[in-house]
Every structure is written in C-alpha cells, then in structure tokens.
Design a protein around this ligand. Structure first.
Ligand SMILES: Nc1ncnc2c1ncn2[C@@H]1O[C@H](COP(=O)(O)OP(=O)(O)OP(=O)(O)O)[C@@H](O)[C@H]1O
Length: 293
C-alpha cells in the first residue's frame, strides 16, 4: 500500500475507528475541503469509462472485466480499476493477489494478468478491515485509487463501480473526467428500477451514457436445449428505448461464465471462440467505436 495511504488509513482506523470522541482527545478526522473537488483526468489514460449497475449482483464486475479484456484483444492498452472498497471482485476475477509495488514517485504500480493492468482495494487491505471504515476513510482511499496509480500509458481504463448511486459513485463522477458509462442490468423489474436510478445519476452529472448491457437474459438447458427467459426478456431494450440509450448486447445466463469467473479466468480468456466471448467482444467494439478508439 502507498505509504501515504497506509499512514492516513492506519491513523483513521486505529486511532479512532468509529470516529467517536475519546475523553480528552478530539476525534482524529481530517478537515473536509469546502466545495466540490475539481474534476481531473486520470494521468496517462486516454479514455475512462465506468461500468455501473445500481443493483448489486447483476454481473457488473463480470462484464467490466470481460470488456477490459476484449479491448486488450483488439490491441488496446487496457486496464481495470476496481472502485468497490467493501467488496472488491477484480482480484478474484483476474486471479491476482499481493501488494502492489511503489514507483519512485510513490505511486501504486498496477498488477497485470491476461494482458491488462489492474488496481483494486483488494490488493491493499484485508476485506474484513475495510468493513468498519467510515465515510472519510472510504473517500480518502478512493481518491488515492483514482489519482495515485501509475498506469504507465493506457488507451482505455474501465472503472468497475460498486452497486448503488451513493457517495462513492457521486465522488467518482465528480472527481474524474469520465468519457462515458455503461449500465448493466438483468431484465428483471427490480433490477431495472435501480438501473434507471443509475441513468438519472449519470445524466445529472453530465456523463454520456454509452449504452446498456442486458445480463442473464436467457438460459438454455444443456440437457433438453430448451431456452428460458428466467428474469424476463425485454426489460433492458424497453428502458433503452424509454431513455434513448443504445442497447449494447445480451449476455446469456451460462454456468461457464460463472465457473470461469470463480476460477479467475474470465470468459474472453477461458473460451475465446465461444459465442459468449464473441458477444463480449461485439459489445466492446461498439464502445470502442463510440469512443473513437
Ligand atoms: N451471464 C452470467 N451467467 C452466469 N453467471 C453469471 C453471469 N454474470 C454474472 N454471473 C455470476 O453472478 C455473480 C455476480 O456477478 P458479479 O460479481 O459480476 O456481479 P456484480 O453486479 O458486480 O456484483 P456486486 O454487486 O457484488 O458488485 C457471480 O457469481 C458471477 O460469476
């Protein structure tokens, strides 16, 4: 972990983990700066996109990592930044672990696998430690993940956003110049309601919506070959039409996608010739063209 991040977090975490005043000592909380922070570019990165799903568990990280890998397969210098402080998935999905090294100017050096660079809170702290973090610690950690990583020249960086439309998502959209956002949803009404919240948030902060991806839309039984729309079929296309957003593609519910993710070899790498991998590639191509890459 970066020395600065280490020292700030340890101070906040160990001296006063819940921010309660101690007798005789004021809480060790850094002063907040007044006003909104300035939006900044991420250094040495040409295009930055966010993959978001206001609802949890709909496959956002799976899609984000497969998109980053698809960009790399097209010859782009690609990376992924896992901004989920409380439940980072990227270390598992890329089968990576260990502490990142520091560059000579004290920046975190990304960990790489399958031809993409990655950074995640999961490399820096034990997941159990972050669970008790207060808002300020989360914001501080996030700021460092966003602006203290030495990407060393990327064509595209995919930000894997945590679920929701709260503080973390707003901080990211307010602190980073995003070139666009991709919304992931299942076709289920309860997921779509949250997806619409995500659309509203990105519209409010003037981040262009690159499109929506429908995940887990169809399941084909390997025994009888019958296809079923477990969560419905048209939900995402309907919301795309309602909000004038491009429908980017449909990923099926398939046990191989889940198994490959769990063993740290995402679909695009594990079964590159499969229809599923081709779908990820086709979605990445649409995004690439929209971004002019
Ligand atoms: N199309 C799919 N077919 C089968 N399993 C899938 C598919 N997409 C995602 N999964 C599985 O669903 C689970 C949730 O996926 P994932 O972690 O990508 O979702 P998420 O939206 O990022 O979740 P979180 O809210 O925790 O960030 C994982 O076990 C993943 O392997």
């Amino acid at each position: 972990m970066s020395r600065r991040l280490f020292s700030t977090l340890s101070r906040l975490q160990h001296e006063n983990p819940l921010g309660l005043p101690r007798s005789g000592a004021p809480p060790q909380i850094p002063r907040m700066q007044r006003g909104l922070p300035q939006k900044r570019n991420i250094k040495d990165v040409r295009k930055v996109i966010a993959v978001s799903s206001a609802k949890g568990g709909v496959g956002k990280s799976t899609i984000a990592v497969n998109l980053a890998l698809s960009f790399a397969r097209r010859g782009l210098r690609s990376g992924i930044l896992d901004t989920d402080i409380f439940g980072p998935s990227i270390p598992t999905l890329l089968n990576l672990s260990g502490e990142p090294r520091l560059s000579s100017n004290n920046q975190l050096i990304p960990l790489s696998n399958y031809g993409i660079k990655s950074m995640s809170m999961g490399y820096l702290v034990d997941e159990k430690a972050a669970v008790v973090w207060r808002g300020l610690m989360v914001m501080k950690a996030l700021q460092q993940l966003l602006h203290e990583v030495e990407w060393g020249g990327l064509d595209i960086l995919v930000l894997d956003l945590p679920p929701g439309t709260g503080d973390t998502q707003l901080t990211i959209t307010q602190q980073v110049n995003l070139d666009g956002a991709v919304i992931v949803s299942t076709p289920q009404d309860i997921a779509l309601k949250d997806a619409v919240k995500g659309i509203t948030m990105f519209n409010k902060v003037n981040v262009p919506l690159l499109g929506m991806v429908q995940n887990m839309s169809i399941f084909t039984c390997p025994h009888c070959n019958k296809s079923t729309h477990i969560f419905g079929s048209e939900g995402v296309t309907r919301e795309c039409a309602n909000h004038n957003i491009e429908f980017l593609g449909d990923i099926p519910l398939h046990p191989r996608i889940c198994d490959d993710a769990d063993r740290g070899i995402p679909t695009v790498v594990a079964e590159p010739g499969s229809e599923r991998a081709e779908t990820f590639m086709a979605i990445a191509d649409k995004i690439r063209v929209k971004l002019g890459l």
